[in-house]
Unconditional design. Structure first.
Length: 331
């Protein structure tokens, strides 16, 4: 699938439809665009007064002017693809891998992730992209360690050591990892749920970390998912998950808890929380954070290609599995 930028006419249509209160899905369908494209356009170019097509076009040209192609990237379509994707938060590795899927027959649309890193860090004209990388540092260095989990007592807690081995194998869908992201000064929280196999993300904002509110948020997030996609959840040991039995009864699933101070046992969730933090850095208050904004972040992350998925996106994996399930039921 080739990639083209939104045109001034399309941006004008986006403005008109948003003014009429049309949804992102409606706009995407009418323009023949991916919903994620419309979501990113609105997120990057909207102001407190709404979306303005002329201002959006001006910002588009400003970004292009600020990021001119390096000599080693002389093929303009490749350069623009790279700028757009890294600007949307993709890693160089994701860009390099996804090119094989989006442009399978175009050998000019090829670059390894190391060449992207070298171009971004080695050419001062490209330093505007550094801030878009996962670790936005002046110089490259190894990633640090993740946070550790807490381990208070939880009634009728079932430890991860009792979890079936099939979950560890990631050979099926529906085994989730869950956590709670805390806003600055404990002003709002995000419940995050990630499928271990597809990396598909769900998230709900909650005002407190009270177990009753958290368990209801988990139920709300998962209750409309296909039955085959809701089998188990593995949490850390926070007291916000103390009412896990109510959750298990409502969703007809099994709930497990990682060992204390063993965040690596929920590595998929921890990694995804890190991606969310790129949009909502530590120190950000969630008091004014809307569920609509949370949904935008979730949509963007579910449309990011993942190396572990063969550079497919979590949404592509989800849609494929759901379609295969429908075919199986109709067979």
């Amino acid at each position: 699938m080739s990639y083209t930028h939104l045109t001034p006419i399309e941006r004008g249509q986006v403005q008109a439809w948003r003014a009429e209160g049309k949804s992102m899905s409606y706009i995407a369908d009418r323009l023949g665009r991916d919903k994620g494209t419309i979501s990113r356009e609105l997120h990057r170019n909207s102001t407190k007064n709404g979306y303005d097509a002329q201002r959006a076009q001006e910002k588009y040209h400003q970004r292009r002017e600020a990021c001119r192609p390096a000599k080693r990237l002389e093929h303009q379509p490749l350069w623009e693809y790279l700028i757009d994707k890294i600007g949307d938060g993709w890693s160089p590795q994701q860009v390099a891998g996804r090119l094989l899927i989006d442009h399978p027959d175009d050998l000019k649309m090829r670059i390894c992730h190391e060449s992207i890193y070298q171009a971004v860090y080695g050419d001062k004209r490209l330093h505007c992209l550094i801030k878009c990388l996962a670790q936005a540092r002046p110089k490259r260095r190894p990633r640090g360690q993740g946070k550790t989990s807490r381990g208070p007592s939880i009634p009728n807690r079932v430890g991860i050591e009792q979890r079936p081995e099939v979950i560890e194998e990631r050979s099926r869908f529906g085994d989730w990892e869950g956590d709670l992201i805390v806003g600055a000064h404990q002003q709002g929280y995000l419940v995050t749920l990630v499928d271990r196999t597809s990396r598909f993300l769900l998230s709900q904002k909650v005002e407190t970390k009270q177990a009753d509110e958290v368990v209801q948020a988990v139920i709300t997030a998962l209750e409309d998912m296909p039955v085959s996609w809701v089998r188990t959840i593995t949490f850390d040991n926070g007291t916000e998950f103390a009412h896990h039995e109510k959750m298990a009864d409502a969703l007809q699933i099994s709930v497990y808890f990682a060992a204390p101070y063993s965040s690596y046992q929920r590595g998929t969730n921890e990694n995804t929380n890190g991606l969310i933090r790129r949009h909502l850095p530590k120190g950000t208050s969630f008091r004014e954070l809307s569920q609509h904004r949370v949904a935008q972040i979730v949509e963007e992350l579910n449309n990011r290609p993942r190396k572990i998925l063969g550079y497919r996106t979590p949404r592509e994996v989800f849609q494929q599995q759901r379609e295969e399930h429908r075919v199986a039921l109709g067979a």
